[in-house]
Design a protein around this ligand. Structure first.
Ligand code: BTN
Length: 333
């Protein structure tokens, strides 16, 4: 089967998931015989797709394999034109994206992997990225925005993750400022944004937004057990990773390319960030290379900075690490 016929058939089956679609309709839309459609359906079944068929009713796709392949993710994104690189294994999708930028990667390029051997977290920490249970994804964005607006990259990506998870699982995650997505006070997703500067003009030419989501883990190593959670453990439904990855890409596309939030900073974006924050209203420990200070997080400023009431007065925090009391192992005293 040619790749394009298979992809087109898959797209049609995905578009008709609510009700069976007749072999006749499939054959006329694809321009092949009904026997050819049957043969392709058989091949898809062998690849792990569950497709029911009933005489006079047609075919219905009831389950897709849980594989992060380009073909499968793209089938959920038929209109998307920016390149998608899907890898079984890579050191880090962020590093791969950086290599591809040097080769001239275009705006919107996405790298997805099933497994990372050197998944990177913030502050030089590793990000555990086992095969078969997570989504490790990096998107390249040419920001074309002010320096202040760059601070919003990670916050917007966190919001996109929340929206994608909500759409698929019915769970309602929160954002721990600035880069963790939280369920049941534990981390379900981490985000690491890297800025790439254009050596000649000394400006930020690209941002790489790296997102790691724990999807299917049944347990974590002892050192992470109190801090990490997967969608499966949180009891959401709909763990089809290619579908979730596709929805996430769709939301990121909308935010960064269609509605251009980095350039327009719409007030409703800030409202949504505030609504989903699990940091606001809580006691926080703000850790910078110079000091650690306790205060209460009270607001987000228009560039996504965290407004904190310290004993010495109100300040806006724009970088460093912020621990939130009661979240991710920061215990009440
Ligand atoms: C953190 O929690 O400290 C950030 C974790 C970011 C992990 C993602 S997974 C995809 C991308 N590739 C990486 O190596 N890191 C990010």
């Amino acid at each position: 089967m040619s790749a394009s016929l298979k992809s087109r058939l898959l797209e049609l089956l995905l578009a008709h998931q609510d009700a069976p679609v007749s072999g006749q309709l499939l054959s006329s839309q694809l321009g092949v015989t009904r026997a050819a459609v049957w043969k392709e359906i058989q091949q898809l079944r062998q690849e792990g797709f569950v497709i029911s068929s009933a005489t006079n009713r047609g075919y219905q796709l009831t389950q897709a394999p849980d594989l992060l392949t380009r073909e499968l993710i793209s089938a959920f994104l038929p209109e998307r034109t920016a390149p998608l690189v899907a890898l079984e294994e890579v050191d880090s999708t962020n590093t791969e994206a950086q290599r591809l930028i040097l080769e001239g990667a275009e705006d919107g390029l996405v790298v997805v992997a099933d497994h990372q051997t050197k998944g990177a977290g913030r502050m030089g920490r590793p990000f555990l990225s086992p095969a078969g249970v997570g989504i490790y994804l990096s998107m390249v964005v040419e920001p074309h925005c002010t320096l202040e607006a760059l601070n919003l990259l990670t916050s917007y990506a966190g919001l996109a993750v929340c929206l994608a998870i909500e759409e698929h699982t019915g769970l309602r995650p929160a954002i721990k400022w600035p880069n963790d997505v939280i369920l049941e006070e534990k981390k379900v997703c981490g985000i690491l944004t890297k800025l790439v500067s254009d050596g000649e003009n000394n400006r930020i030419s690209h941002a790489i937004i790296g997102i790691g989501i724990n999807v299917g883990q049944e347990e974590f190593p002892p050192e992470l057990r109190d801090k990490a959670i997967s969608l499966r453990q949180a009891g959401g439904e709909g763990f089809c990773r290619p579908r979730l990855a596709a929805t996430l890409i769709q939301v990121l596309d909308r935010i960064f390319f269609e509605e251009k939030w980095l350039q327009t900073t719409p007030p409703e974006a800030l409202e949504q960030l505030k609504e989903r924050s699990c940091t606001l209203g809580r006691e926080v420990l703000v850790i910078t290379p110079r000091e650690e200070r306790r205060g209460k997080a009270v607001d987000l400023d228009c560039w996504g900075g965290l407004v904190v009431d310290f004993p010495q007065g109100r300040e806006t925090v724009t970088f460093g690490e912020v621990s939130v009391r009661g979240v991710l192992g920061y215990l009440p005293q």
